[in-house]
Write a protein of this length. Structure first.
Length: 251
């Protein structure tokens, strides 16, 4: 991937998809896979990869590597996993901390935002003196809502990664994607489009989507909790003795 930037410069990135066997050769938990030596070795392995551009359209990735300051080149291992544990005690996770998707799906940032919305809705129902059990219940509600969506995004991202595979299955996947009927395309993306969470304690945005949004528990449940709490507070205020001003009027 290349991105044209200001001052006649260019940013670039390379994504190397690993299978089950090659993943063992690139163990992300080995320190050697994160240092400058790993980045240098990676550059040697991919420098002959052809890229568009040049007078005779003969540019390679090596041309970009040679023009890039070495301290700006790094290698990052991207894991793919949806964790079962999202919280413990008063510590709770969201985004890549609890689910990491293949970048091909473009699902990482949007799911992190959706996590934050659901979590914020539930945290808003807690008080400063909320007990450990009340906090755990709130975190459990958050996980119950978001974990299935994270699992869907994980699966969809793996499917999208097949589109860039340079093998027979990759060619089949690209052919199927290019020739997919419009109605099937809409059905495939409708699940993503239906998940449009909103913040319970802010004015709701008008829902103008062509696809109906799915039920959002963190919105519905927390709104009821907040409404019940406000009603109780109003009732207590009504029962409280009123002060009398100098004109004999209760205030």
């Amino acid at each position: 991937m290349t991105f044209t930037c200001q001052n006649n410069s260019m940013c670039w990135g390379l994504m190397h998809h690993l299978d089950a066997e090659s993943s063992k050769m690139n163990d992300s938990f080995r320190n050697s896979e994160w240092g400058p030596e790993a980045a240098e070795q990676m550059c040697k392995e991919v420098r002959d990869f052809p890229i568009p551009g040049g007078i005779n359209n003969n540019l390679t990735l090596g041309d970009l590597i040679d023009k890039t300051p070495q301290h700006l080149i790094s290698k990052v291992m991207l894991e793919e996993k949806v964790f079962d544990t999202w919280f413990h005690g008063r510590t709770v996770l969201l985004g890549d901390a609890c689910h990491k998707f293949n970048p091909a799906g473009g699902q990482g940032a949007v799911n992190a935002i959706q996590d934050a919305i659901a979590l914020a809705n539930w945290i808003n129902t807690l008080n400063a003196d909320s007990t450990w059990d009340e906090t755990a219940k709130v975190f459990s509600e958050y996980r119950s809502e978001r974990h299935p969506w994270a699992q869907h995004a994980f699966t969809d991202s793996q499917v999208m990664s097949k589109l860039v595979a340079m093998n027979f299955m990759g060619r089949v996947a690209r052919y199927a994607a290019k020739n997919m009927p419009v109605w099937l395309q809409r059905a495939a993306f409708s699940r993503i489009a239906t998940n449009r969470p909103q913040v319970a304690y802010l004015p709701l945005a008008p829902d103008r989507g062509q696809t109906k949004a799915v039920k959002q528990n963190s919105l519905i449940k927390t709104q009821k909790i907040l409404a019940t709490r406000a009603k109780k507070q109003q009732q207590e205020a009504d029962k409280a003795p009123k002060a009398i001003n100098d004109k004999g009027v209760a205030v």
